[in-house]
Design a protein around this ligand. Structure first.
Ligand SMILES: [Zn+2]
Length: 458
């Protein structure tokens, strides 16, 4: 199967550079990119291509790489956004996930989250939570590229109550998580033409005892894969770690040998200069959940993090997955917080959402930029919209990042498969999926009525 996309504004992100070719083209052969360049140079392929897409007025980009997601988070959408981390709705959401939501409840709402990701231009996700064989099924069915990891915890997260020092350690949770990880490695690692791979995911350093963390490090080494975890993500984490183990999260993980270029930590809000230095020196990566953390009323010290040279990518976390929102948040929130307009610009965040994300996940050989030989994960974004017009070509990247939205994505290819065409899914019935997912969600919320009632909420 040969596809020629031509005539659009090509932003290939080769080497991470957001350069624009105004009349660009991409040639796809099967699952890989065969050629990238000026439309005139690739015009000869129009005669032999099975499919030719006229991309005039549209940007041609590599698909976004979202380095921290939870597909099951669809069931918590709009429940926790307006409350602080300790607030009741947060307890409801975690209580639901820990004690009400069953394996079979995750599939359809998770599909909706996956569809949101795909339709807004994300082609690769780094996913963890529990019931992860379901996430693998979702990734396979939606057509995304995904790294999946069973999130392994040693404590019921709805009982931590963030800021509490006591933990009711529960070894059974670890055994359950390890069994799920085993299932993933046996049945999903390398599946779907290599689109699905697996990692090891400790829930967070404050939710497992150090010997268990060390055990997970060994598991990752055994499989030759990286580690994905929440890191310095909630108030009270540092105090808990210090009081319990005499060390905060990042120094402890470093001592246990878990930090390195194949380590990715989400959030990194409550970090000090020593933490940042360790992350930078070990080559460990951060998933900056720029939109999510702002909702919580706190933010990582991005001024010091960027200055350190620490490796940073972008993640959405669990509620809302449009990477345009994440990119914009990664510009405007730190600008306002640190009174520094120069902290990050449109080209920087576009690089973080594509090339840097691929580097952080160890996938730069295949995705993150449009280059001959790489996987054909390609998106088109329609700029013929009032919010992007009039369009000055020299400022195209700024126009795209500040003004376009995920809903302006018209075409999405993953692994050379055209999954979104003219804004519509080519392989799934969205209307039917929404109806089915709504029924599952309403059932979950009904079964969670005691949690809502406990917080005095309807
Ligand atoms: Zn998360």
């Amino acid at each position: 199967m040969k596809t020629l996309i031509h005539g659009g504004y090509l932003i290939a992100m080769a080497g991470g550079q957001a350069d624009v070719v105004t009349d660009g083209a991409v040639l796809i052969e099967d699952d890989r990119i065969a050629a990238v360049g000026a439309a005139a140079a690739l015009a000869e392929h129009a005669a032999t291509a099975d499919r030719v897409i006229d991309a005039r007025g549209q940007a041609i980009l590599p698909g976004f790489v979202n380095t921290h997601t939870h597909l099951a988070g669809a069931l918590s959408k709009a429940i926790t956004e307006d409350v602080p981390t300790y607030g009741g709705p947060f307890r409801i959401a975690l209580g639901m996930h820990e004690n009400v939501i069953r394996r079979e409840d995750v599939l359809l709402p998770g599909m909706v989250h996956g569809v949101e990701m795909l339709k807004t231009g994300t082609t690769t996700i780094n996913e963890c939570w529990w019931h992860q064989p379901q996430s693998a099924r979702i990734i396979e069915a939606v057509g995304l590229r995904g790294i999946v990891a069973a999130e392994i915890r040693e404590v019921d997260s709805s009982k931590i109550g963030f800021g509490r020092i006591e933990r009711d350690w529960d070894e059974r949770l670890v055994e359950e998580g390890l069994a799920e990880a085993q299932d993933l490695f046996e049945n999903w690692h390398g599946r779907a033409n290599g689109r699905i791979t697996c990692r090891v995911a400790p829930d967070g350093p404050d939710r497992l005892r150090p010997p268990t963390l060390a055990r997970l490090g060994e598991l990752a080494r055994k499989h030759g894969v990286g580690i994905h975890t929440h890191l310095c993500s909630v108030p009270g984490e540092a105090e808990f770690m210090q009081q319990s183990w005499g060390k905060t999260s990042i120094p402890l993980l470093h001592d246990l040998g878990l930090l390195g270029p194949d380590f990715i930590g989400a959030h990194c809000v409550f970090v000090d200069d020593a933490d940042i230095a360790i992350m930078q020196e070990t080559g460990a990566c951060m998933s900056h959940t720029a939109f999510l953390v702002g909702k919580r009323g706190y933010y990582p010290p991005m001024d010091r993090i960027y200055r350190s040279g620490m490796r940073v990518s972008l993640g959405s976390d669990w509620l809302s997955n449009d990477m345009f929102k994440v990119m914009r948040s990664a510009i405007v929130i730190p600008r306002a917080l640190f009174r520094d307009v120069g902290i990050r610009n449109a080209a920087d965040v576009l690089r973080m959402a594509t090339f840097d994300g691929a580097c952080c996940l160890g996938l730069a050989h295949d995705v993150g930029s449009l280059e001959a030989g790489k996987k054909a994960d390609v998106i088109l974004v329609d700029l013929r919209k009032a919010w992007c017009q009039p369009l000055r070509t020299a400022n195209l990247v700024a126009n795209l990042v500040y003004n376009a939205n995920g809903s302006d994505v018209t075409h999405v290819f993953v692994d050379g498969r055209l999954l979104v065409e003219q804004g519509r899914l080519t392989h799934l019935d969205e209307t039917e999926l929404f109806a089915e997912a709504q029924a599952v969600a309403e059932d979950v919320w009904a079964r969670s009525a005691h949690l809502f009632a406990r917080e005095g909420m309807a």
